[in-house]
Every structure is written in C-alpha cells, then in structure tokens.
Design a protein around this ligand. Structure first.
Ligand code: CU
Ligand code: ZN
Length: 211
C-alpha cells in the first residue's frame, strides 16, 4: 500500500490507462465473448411499428452455426416463399422504413447466392427463403454456418444489422434476371427489424430453441 502511494500520481494514471487500453483491445478481439451468444429481432412491416413476430438467434460456440427460431404472422396469405436476408445497415425501429437497411450484408464482396453455398459464392446475409402458409404465417427454424453473433469485431456478425422479409421468392442467384446476382430478384421489402444482442436464461433458451 505504502509503495503504491509512493508512486507518482501521473505514473499511476498511466498504468491504469494502459491496463484499460489492453482490456479494450482484448474485448474488441472477441476473446471475452461468453458463449452461447444470443440475439433477437422484432419484425415489423415496412413503415409500420406493429410487430409481426419475434425471431431469436443463438450461437453456441465460437464456430457454431447460428440458429434462428421464431414465428411470423401477417405476411400475405398463399404467397408461399419470401426472400429472407440480413441487410447491412440498422433500421431505426422508431422510423421503420426497410429501405434504410441498404444492400445485402456482404463483407467479402461476393455475388448473391443460396444459403447452402460456400462463403465464396453467397453474401453472408443470404438466408434463402421462408415459407408463409395459407394464412400468412411463417414458422422459422434455420441453421446457418456463415453468419455469426460475435460482435464487436466479428467480420460475419449480423448484430446491429437488419433482417428483411421480401415480397417475392429469392431465386438464389439462379434466375437469370438482371438482379438475380445482387438481390435474388426477391422484390419489395415487406417487413424488417433490427437485430440486437440479448441475453437469455438457460431455461428460456431451452424453450425457445427446442420447442
Ligand atoms: Cu434482401
Ligand atoms: Zn444476397
């Protein structure tokens, strides 16, 4: 204690600053993330604040797939498949215009593809299609090997980005339309939501992802 007090004040501050800096570097390197990681999105129709459902995300380990689970309602009945992507920018849930999400999340500058494609042949955000039934409901259970929840520095992290449900089917880059290789020709943006990091108890996670 006496020795600490004997340190010049400035030196002490410097040591503390260095420690804080090192800790920050440690944090942004993602070493401190505690798995599983969770995220959530409240999906709303474009230009509406009314929720059409909540989707949950879990990433169990550092290189585990991300599982997406949840139910949506209020999609157009009998329209079957809808393009389902992560787009780059965060939408403001208070001004919920889905156009603000910009283009598909594409950190490796690839062309649009299918979720089953390798990382070299799809956008990271390409999650394919979801299926809406005759009453406009969609039950979602997707496991994706490319996306991650490892913000702050994770290159593939979808946190603080946007989920978009399109009006039309995503052709997975195979349709031969002029926008097949950029958007999958999936048409207008029906619904969207801001993906944010969240926590869950083991019990909540069990119920959410297994039932
Ligand atoms: Cu999209
Ligand atoms: Zn894409």
């Amino acid at each position: 204690m006496g020795q600490l007090v004997a340190f010049p004040r400035k030196k002490e501050d410097f040591a503390l600053l260095t420690l804080k800096y090192l800790f920050f570097i440690f944090l942004i390197n993602g070493q401190e993330l505690s798995y599983p990681l969770y995220a959530r999105v409240n999906v709303h129709l474009s230009d509406s604040k009314t929720s059409i459902g909540t989707l949950y995300f879990i990433q169990g380990q550092r290189s585990s797939p991300v599982i997406i689970r949840g139910n949506l309602a209020g999609l157009i009945p009998n329209t079957t498949y809808h393009g389902f992507h992560v787009h780059t920018s965060k939408v403001d849930d208070q001004r919920p215009n889905c156009t603000a999400a910009n283009a598909h999340f594409n950190p490796f500058n690839r062309t649009h593809g299918a979720p089953v494609s390798t990382i070299d042949h799809r956008h990271a955000g390409d999650l394919g299609n979801i299926y809406a039934d005759g009453s406009g409901k969609a039950a979602i259970f997707i496991a994706d090997t490319i996306i991650r929840l490892n913000r702050p520095t994770g290159q593939r992290s979808i946190l603080n980005r946007t989920i978009i449900v399109h009006k039309d089917i995503d052709d997975l880059g195979l349709g031969g339309q002029n926008d097949s290789l950029t958007t999958g020709h999936a048409g207008a943006r029906l619904a969207c939501g801001h993906i944010f990091s969240t926590t869950m108890t083991e019990n909540q996670a069990f119920k959410t992802f297994l039932f």
